[in-house]
Design a protein around this ligand. Structure first.
Ligand SMILES: *Cc1c(COP(=O)(O)O)cnc(C)c1O
Length: 365
């Protein structure tokens, strides 16, 4: 029997890693911070509502931050190095942003997705140099991504596991730190509420942790669309709560409680009907003069509810939510009346609720 050696040396040249980190940081250095937009509430309410506009990232959504964090985390963990194929289970904005960073680093990128994924989304991923790998049974998306990574010697980024831990939650200009800095000269610099929805849960985890770390009194409201498991998991405290049902609002709402969802840092959760999300999305697009995505509508519905609550209690202050992506990707769906009708959705009631709210400041309960 041979005894264990006294020294084991795995050192290897780090030129590729050094350069990869530089390229990602240089990309951030060339980029501007995203705007904090104001939604025009009546001045006399004494309440200000803001939207952190994540649509202005180069790849068009808040997933740009996630993709940057996942790549840096994977590179600095030694999981991605020169020539490592990079795999993700995503048919949406995550794959678009990750394909961008893979191309920046000269790496092959494969997105595993259901065969039913729309041509438009496939085109967006391919435009960033990514390849799409189709599966027939959607629940197998994760095992197939892992299998593909094993088979190719690649790395599975696994957004739903790593989103909450890849981001520097204490600062480093994460979305929370950026919001609080941009609020500094406002009438009410520390918001009463931050309002966000959950896809991976990574953004709400960063917001909730940062609020505690900086000892702000701000509370975090997380809004959840129809069929999503997050609200049930939050209510019951059960990590394996599942509905098994897909969400109609892209980017948010999941059939299972994802590992990156940290319910303990959330102060309140609220269900938002899909018709309300779409009505609020269109309302917000009209108010801002530019199209926003469906999850921004979900967020705004929740933001209006807490503004209405503050009004009812006679309180002033500020509320901040997130404009997650632009509306260009949804011309054929949420902005298309035929599609809305085919889905069996009726926007009449939620639209009336929104009109009454901006006219009177009273939110229906
Ligand atoms: C991913 C995503 C969200 C949710 O963000 P998470 O940090 O993953 O919870 C919201 N809206 C859109 C459009 C998204 O792509």
């Amino acid at each position: 029997m041979s005894s264990a050696p006294e020294v084991v040396d795995h050192s290897a040249p780090r030129d590729w890693v050094d350069n990869a980190v530089r390229l990602i940081n240089a990309d951030a250095q060339r980029s501007a911070d995203t705007h904090l937009l104001r939604y025009p509430l009546p001045d006399e309410w004494g309440i200000q509502l803001y939207l952190k506009d994540e649509s202005t990232h180069i790849t068009g959504s808040l997933k740009h931050r996630l993709a940057r964090s996942l790549f840096l985390y994977s590179i600095c963990n030694g999981w991605i190095t020169e020539g490592t194929p990079v795999i993700e289970a995503s048919s949406g904005s995550t794959a678009v942003s990750e394909a961008y960073f893979a191309k920046l680093l000269g790496l092959e990128f494969v997105a595993v997705m259901p065969r039913s994924t729309s041509r438009a989304k496939i085109a967006l991923i391919e435009a960033q140099g990514g390849r799409c790998h189709f599966i027939d049974r959607p629940p197998e998306i994760y095992t197939e991504a892992r299998r593909l990574a094993d088979e190719t010697g690649g790395h599975y980024l696994d957004q739903f596991t790593h989103a909450e831990r890849a981001t520097d939650w204490r600062g480093n200009n994460n979305i929370a730190e950026s919001i609080f800095q941009q609020m500094q000269q406002e009438a009410h610099p520390v918001p009463e509420w931050l309002v966000m929805s959950a896809g991976t849960g990574g953004t709400s985890a960063t917001l909730g942790r940062y609020i505690r770390y900086r000892r702000h009194a701000t509370r975090l409201l997380v809004v959840d669309p129809e069929n999503s498991a997050f609200l049930g998991g939050y209510e019951t405290g059960s990590a394996d709560y599942a509905t098994g049902m897909p969400s109609r609002i892209e980017g948010i709402g999941r059939p299972r409680v994802e590992p990156s969802f940290i319910g303990q840092v959330i102060d309140r959760m609220m269900r938002v009907p899909d018709a309300a999300s779409i009505a609020a999305m269109r309302h917000t697009a009209n108010a801002l003069g530019r199209k926003v995505g469906g999850s921004t509508g979900t967020n705004m519905w929740g933001a209006f509810s807490v503004v209405g609550e503050m009004r009812a209690q006679g309180r002033t202050g500020s509320v901040v939510t997130v404009l997650c992506d632009g509306g260009e990707r949804y011309a054929d769906t949420y902005y298309n009346d035929d599609w809305v009708r085919e889905q069996g959705l009726d926007l009449t009631d939620p639209s009336a609720t929104l009109d009454a709210f901006v006219a009177t400041g009273r939110w229906k309960t």
